[in-house]
Write a protein of this length. Structure first.
Length: 325
């Protein structure tokens, strides 16, 4: 595989102590580092550090919410990192969720598809150095010109679950970011993105997959703690609808029902082992590497591994065990 990424920053390690970790990623053959943004570090600071610590690595966000920064503020963040690491930054944007946007940030989670679409269109114009005065459907911008225009184009990748956003990623993005799906699910998802053909520069639409990994732990531990991770996500409405679309409505109906009733313990018990094994890569390191390769075989161009801090997982050893070389 040509690209092979790891999610940063690492859980439980202060940012200023992660330099050696990031340098080792490059030494081990990882090509990318990808950040996320929820309740921990913001998406840009870890990448800015990595851009200096390991200049060979490509930097990506997977993802930045389209709601939590205003258009001009977001353009400044994207433009700044793109100038700091010219040609090495890919910007991933998505709706995020009602929990992060509305409950935590006090911003109405309204018209998420339209918000992402409008922000992508605005960023295209701003990154090109245009003076933007435009009434978009979800916001208006008057007289903004970005003062940190990137020296090289910044690929914009769109986080996508169901068909509408997958099509937007293929039509207006340079590719898609996908997560919480099985390797087999990729074979259904990737063609929706790629039906619109290559990017303007002739490159294939990139498919970045955040793949959750827990190498070296026994199956009982992985499944026990994996159920907590799966329940935390798959009860969020956007992810519940995604897995209904993927055909798991019957498989997850019991979990969703118990969760709505407030019986968390019973909800977890309703998640079958087979689903944990599909959505979370666990087991001996070599088996994990083979599992990741199945995602690639089905259409993922960039695996972005995310180490789950389950009991028994040594994060530093995990990045070594999962390394591409």
């Amino acid at each position: 595989m040509s690209r092979y990424g790891m999610t940063i920053p690492f859980n439980g390690v202060p940012l200023h102590q992660q330099r050696d970790w990031v340098v080792e990623l490059a030494d081990l053959g990882y090509t990318d580092v990808w950040s996320a943004e929820a309740d921990g570090a913001d998406a840009f600071t870890p990448l800015a550090l990595a851009s200096v610590w390991a200049p060979s690595l490509r930097l990506g966000t997977a993802i930045v919410p389209a709601f939590t920064r205003g258009p001009a503020c977001l353009a400044q963040s994207v433009g700044s990192l793109a100038q700091a690491a010219p040609g090495r930054f890919a910007f991933g944007i998505g709706t995020s969720s009602d929990v992060i946007v509305q409950r935590w940030n006090g911003i109405p989670f309204e018209a998420p598809y339209e918000r992402v679409r409008d922000m992508v269109r605005f960023l295209r114009a701003a990154m090109a150095g245009e003076k933007v005065t435009q009434d978009y459907e979800t916001f208006s911008v008057s007289g903004f010109r970005l003062g940190v225009v990137p020296e090289e184009p910044v690929p914009i990748l769109i986080a996508a679950l169901r068909e509408g956003m997958l099509r937007l990623a293929g039509r207006e993005g340079d590719g898609a970011i996908i997560n919480w799906l099985s390797a087999d699910d990729v074979a259904r998802v990737a063609p929706v993105v790629r039906q619109f053909g290559p990017n303007a520069d002739g490159t294939e639409k990139e498919i970045v997959a955040r793949i959750f990994v827990a190498p070296g732990v026994d199956a009982d531990t992985a499944r026990g703690f994996g159920r907590f991770a799966i329940a935390a996500y798959l009860n969020v409405p956007v992810y519940a609808k995604f897995h209904e679309w993927l055909g798991r409505g019957d498989q997850l109906a019991g979990m969703w029902a118990r969760w709505r009733e407030g019986d968390r313990k019973a909800a977890l018990e309703q998640i079958p082992d087979s689903l944990v094994d599909e959505l979370i890569v666990h087991g001996p390191p070599e088996a994990c590497r083979e599992h990741v390769q199945r995602y690639v075989a089905n259409g993922v161009t960039t695996p972005a591994l995310a180490i789950l801090p389950f009991p028994g997982v040594d994060q530093r050893q995990a990045i070594r065990d999962l390394a591409p070389r």
